[in-house]
Write a protein that binds this ligand. Structure first.
Ligand code: FES
Length: 359
């Protein structure tokens, strides 16, 4: 009994015709997929839903000449990528790196080859998608999310049966103690909110600096005359007299003083708060409170090592770089009857990180 096979156009073929047809079909080679066939993108509609309109991928691009050219360009891009990857390996293995110059050259070639490798892949893939792949719009119908009425009724029945079986209604002792336990287990953690207090009040707005309080050099804790600090370009850390061992106070009150040459200090620095071109700023970074420990005397920049906020010491410690949002506050200073540097008041603005309550 002979089988009947359909040929092109659905014309039935006998056995001999089918064999001849099969022998003419191209053999597939590994890595060479069969040519694209027109095919439906979405499956058949299910149930009683109306069938989706037929949407088919075009078998081939409209313009075979353009497609062939695009194919060659894509192949060139991918080949370039391959060569660049091989070049990367060769550069890594072959180039010496035992000096700064050699390392710089090695890094250059590694970077260039890797950029070409990824760039070739990316450009090739983009051209492939845009020039050779079919441009079709796909839409998938979504089913309603709500459960069917029967499912909801079954769930309600199961829930009611479960509630009855649990004895929640029949056993009031268990029910009441369970409700009490559930409420208390939710309330109990609330008492830990007390640990968030007491509220800081105005303490964040003030430090221990007061009028007449001497500036002590941090470490030896000695007072300082302007004449002792006469070299422009220096920065030293000072602390309030009487609080040199009080770490809580120093966390806000630690201050830096910087000596400038005449005429270097500019607005918005408050010159009335300086002495002999010595200016005092808070040492607490206005970003998140690290100590601003570095001073670059050629640029007059104060640097915070934590996140690289940079402040211009000649212009009121204005922020010139980094995440800090406010200048370092300036401490008003003067001299007392013995000629020592003193604060003439507390800081007039809050020191330290910018909190929302500081406006
Ligand atoms: S704490 Fe100074 S920059 Fe972040």
């Amino acid at each position: 009994m002979s089988e009947t096979t359909n040929g092109p156009g659905g014309v039935p073929l006998d056995d001999a015709g089918a064999e001849a047809e099969e022998s003419r079909a191209p053999h597939r080679v590994i890595g060479t997929p069969p040519p694209a066939q027109a095919r439906t993108l979405l499956g058949e509609a299910e149930g009683n839903e109306p069938p989706a309109p037929p949407r088919e991928l075009p078998a081939e691009p409209d313009d075979p000449v353009t497609a062939k050219r695009a194919e060659r360009i894509v192949a060139v891009c991918f080949t370039l990528s391959m060569l660049a990857s091989i070049g990367f390996i060769a550069a890594y293995v072959g180039l010496p790196v035992h000096s700064v110059i050699n390392t710089a050259h090695s890094n250059l070639w590694l970077g260039v080859s890797m950029a070409v490798a990824f760039g070739g892949l990316g450009v090739g893939a983009t051209i492939w998608v845009r020039q050779l792949m079919p441009h079709v719009e796909l839409t998938e119908a979504r089913k309603p999310l709500a459960s069917a009425a029967q499912d909801r009724a079954e769930f309600e029945q199961t829930f009611t049966e479960g509630a009855e079986a649990s004895g929640f209604v029949k056993r009031p002792l268990i029910r009441r103690t369970l409700i009490g336990a559930s409420l208390l287990v939710g309330i109990a953690p609330l008492v830990t909110l007390r640990d968030m207090g007491p509220l800081p009040g105005t303490s964040l707005r003030h430090t221990v600096w007061r009028k007449g309080m001497r500036l002590l050099v941090y470490g030896p804790n000695t007072p300082l005359r302007p004449a002792d600090f006469a070299s422009p370009g220096q920065m030293i850390t000072v602390v309030p007299d009487g609080y040199q061992d009080n770490l809580d106070a120093l966390a806000k009150a630690t201050t830096i003083i910087i000596k400038f040459a005449p005429g270097e200090l500019q607005a918005p620095t408050n010159l009335n708060w300086t002495v002999n071109d010595i200016v005092a700023y808070s040492k607490i970074c206005t970003h998140v409170g690290c100590p601003v420990a570095l001073y670059e005397h050629t640029t007059h920049h104060i640097l915070c090592p934590c996140h690289q906020s940079t402040f211009d010491a000649t212009r009121g410690a204005a922020v010139v770089f980094g995440p800090a949002a406010r200048p370092l506050p300036q401490l008003p200073i003067g001299t007392d009857a013995q000629g020592y540097l003193i604060a003439t008041s507390d800081y007039t603005v809050p020191v330290g990180p910018s909190f929302w309550e500081r406006g």
